[in-house]
Every structure is written in C-alpha cells, then in structure tokens.
Design a protein around this ligand. Structure first.
Ligand code: SIN
Length: 191
C-alpha cells in the first residue's frame, strides 16, 4: 500500500517567495541527513509528541509487512525535541519523495535553546493517512520493530539511530526509552 503525498505537498507549497525555510526533524530527519542545509540547530516544538504509530511501506517495511516509524501526535503541553535545519526550498523536492508515505508538511513554531523562535515546517503523518497504524503497547511496538525490514534497512536500525541521536542531544523521550527497554527484553529472551 502507498499513500503518496508528494503531489499534495507540492500543492501545499508553504514557502512561496521564501529563499530559506526552517525544517524541524524529529525522526530519521535527525540522524539521516541526506540533504544539503545552510545551518542546523537543536530545537523543540510544543503541542506535539513523538510516537511510533506510523506505518512504513517504503523504507523500513514493505506493502505486505509495513514497519513502524515515528510521527507526531498533537498533545497539549507536550514538547518534542529534535533538530532544525535551515534549508533552501529546492530541498523539498527530495524530502517530499523521502517522506511520501503519508507525511504532510505543516507549519509550526520551533524554539532554540537561546529562546529564539522561528516558524518552519514539519512532516506529520496524521491519524487519517492510510498508512497510520496507531497506538498499541510499548511491547507490541518493540516486537513489530524487531521483525520489520524494508528497502532502507532494518526497522530496528531506524529506531536505534533515533534513540542514540536523542541521547547525544541529551534528550529523554519516555516513549523511546520504553520501546528501547522492550527491545532489550526481546534480545535477552533470545539468549
Ligand atoms: C522526521 O524525521 O521529521 C519525519 C519522520 C521520519 O522521516 O522519520
């Protein structure tokens, strides 16, 4: 299955007339930087929380057996830490292709550690997209991640890169810590 959002994102064009745009990454965009950027800075957004509730049919899973990857869910009072990139709008041609499985660009305000705030974009895969898998227990999510793989590699690697990148940023995300703990349990049950 695919819910290709490339055309919708192109039409949503949120940066008419802008020479530079800030993009906030909270999942693979933190650690897989396969695009040019002018500047990057750790940042936070408010009102959104990171969840492994989105299906991946194209990168970390297949149409028959999707993986589980990160999306953002709206939650009052939540704060999500990630990485902000100042990029040229031309970069969105590549990013729209990469994030095509259900992710739409949305406008957010992002804050930097020094208190500065800028408007920019996030890619969000909302609950109405066809690839959305939704909520389940941490143990279910971990089992799913442990077995899935797709053209971009193991689902587990996607998760671990993200967990490691957040650790490097000094950020603690309870959802990520809980899944990591369940993955460790799966590993120790195998030995
Ligand atoms: C993001 O990282 O900001 C979007 C989701 C992903 O590519 O993992």
């Amino acid at each position: 299955m695919s819910v290709n959002t490339v055309e919708i994102n192109r039409q949503l064009n949120r940066f008419d007339g802008h020479e530079e745009v800030w993009l906030f990454g909270y999942g693979s965009l933190i650690w897989k930087v396969d695009f040019p950027y002018i500047e990057r800075r750790p940042a936070r957004i408010r009102g959104w929380t990171r969840r492994f509730w989105q299906g991946s049919h194209d990168h970390r899973g297949t149409p028959e057996s999707p993986g589980r990857v990160a999306t953002l869910i709206e939650e009052a009072d939540a704060v999500c830490a990630g990485m902000a990139y100042r990029i040229s709008p031309a970069v969105f041609d590549h990013l729209d292709m990469r994030e095509k499985n259900g992710y739409l660009r949305e406008v957010v305000s992002m804050e930097f550690a020094d208190g500065d705030a800028v408007e920019g974009l996030i890619y969000v895969a909302g609950p109405l997209n066809a690839a959305f898998l939704g909520e389940t227990t941490d143990a279910d999510i971990a089992r799913h991640i442990a077995r899935a793989a797709g053209p971009s590699g193991l689902n587990r690697d996607y998760f671990q890169h993200l967990a490691d990148a957040l650790r490097e940023l000094g950020e603690i995300d309870p959802h990520i810590i809980a899944i990591e703990r369940e993955l460790a349990r799966i590993d120790s049950a195998k030995t």
